[in-house]
Design a protein around this ligand. Structure first.
Ligand SMILES: [Zn+2]
Ligand SMILES: [Zn+2]
Length: 230
């Protein structure tokens, strides 16, 4: 552990959050001119609604009008033909708020695997402020709603939390970064699952779609549950 600390004196997941947000910012800068209005809404945040400008985000003004295309109708689930593209090519971020980002990690094995990471260095759930707890609830609601809307089904997944041990050992504080994993088995529809077999179990996992494609599919999903749209 001492050697590890000498070599990696910073938290790797803090660096990873920075890397992904920077990649998202660059992808957005490239994609903005050809994007629809939905992009600007999907990558911004309001503490109350989950939409609106994100503090500290790219200050570049949008090049497209900010008014929504559907001002007087309910949001449309993404699996319908009218869904709009909401994430830039090359980004792996699905949704975000002031305290957390949800992304498809570049090493993802499962087609729609995601991670929820705290933006700030938080070692464990019990270290969260009231606002961070609300933001965690916000992003969990949003990603699970997107999952259900993806194939219009009650989307199956295994979800788990990785955090520092809850004893008082301070050595875990700087190396443990609170994050959650979602491992869903579905591949192409509510009925078609991915199976890890043969070479994937014994050698190397094979991607059915790239992390960026998976992030785009999820980001294109509505955050209004399909069952609530009449
Ligand atoms: Zn960290
Ligand atoms: Zn983990």
């Amino acid at each position: 552990m001492a050697k590890y600390r000498q070599r990696y004196h910073r938290c790797m997941l803090c660096d990873y959050v920075k890397t992904e947000t920077e990649a998202d910012r660059k992808a957005k800068a490239v994609s903005l001119p050809s994007m629809t209005n939905g992009l600007n809404e999907a990558h911004s945040f309001s503490p109350t609604t989950g939409t609106g400008p994100l503090a500290g985000s790219d200050p570049t003004p949008p090049t497209t009008p900010t008014s929504t295309t559907f001002p007087s109708t309910k949001p449309v689930p993404s699996s319908t033909p009218t869904a709009t593209k909401t994430t830039p090519d090359g980004s792996r971020i699905v949704c975000e708020n002031a305290s957390f980002i949800c992304l498809v990690p570049f090493w993802a094995t499962w087609p729609f695997e995601t991670m929820v990471l705290s933006r700030a260095h938080l070692a464990r759930l019990s270290d969260m402020t009231v606002v961070q707890k609300q933001d965690l609830a916000n992003i969990l609601r949003r990603i699970t709603c997107r999952y259900d809307n993806l194939f219009r089904c009650s989307f199956p997944y295994s979800m788990g939390v990785h955090q520092a041990p809850t004893n008082d050992d301070a050595s875990h504080q700087e190396l443990s970064h609170l994050h959650l994993h979602f491992y869903p088995p579905l591949l192409r529809s509510a009925a078609v699952k991915k199976f890890l077999v043969g070479f994937e179990l014994l050698g190397q996992s094979q991607r059915d779609l790239t992390p960026e494609q998976a992030a785009t599919r999820l980001a294109d999903c509505s955050e209004t549950h399909y069952k609530s749209v009449v």
